[in-house]
Design a binder for this molecule. Structure first.
Ligand SMILES: [Zn+2]
Length: 86
């Protein structure tokens, strides 16, 4: 008690939110900054966000729509919408 809880990169959000939400934010941010796996070629670490909700794999050149911060959203459990097939 009284000890500052280590919440990683979500720590900057301070005590404005409850512990549960901070944990959730931490999870989202960690996913956001973690290397993403391409849903098409499976290569990890070459997926970049080129615009909000638009993702591109530098390995296979695929572009698709996804979440604003993640290549895949929770709701789109099906294959992502392909924008450009090269
Ligand atoms: Zn790929």
């Amino acid at each position: 008690m009284g000890k500052t809880k280590v919440v990683g990169i979500a720590g900057r959000y301070g005590t404005r939110y409850g512990a549960t939400l901070r944990k959730k934010v931490k999870e989202v941010l960690e996913k956001r900054y973690a290397p993403h796996t391409c849903p098409f070629c499976g290569h990890k670490g070459r997926v970049t966000r080129i615009s909000t909700g638009i993702w591109m794999c530098k390995k296979c050149g695929m572009k698709w729509t996804g979440g604003a911060y993640l290549p895949r959203t929770e709701v789109s459990k099906t294959f992502p919408n392909i924008i450009v097939r090269e």
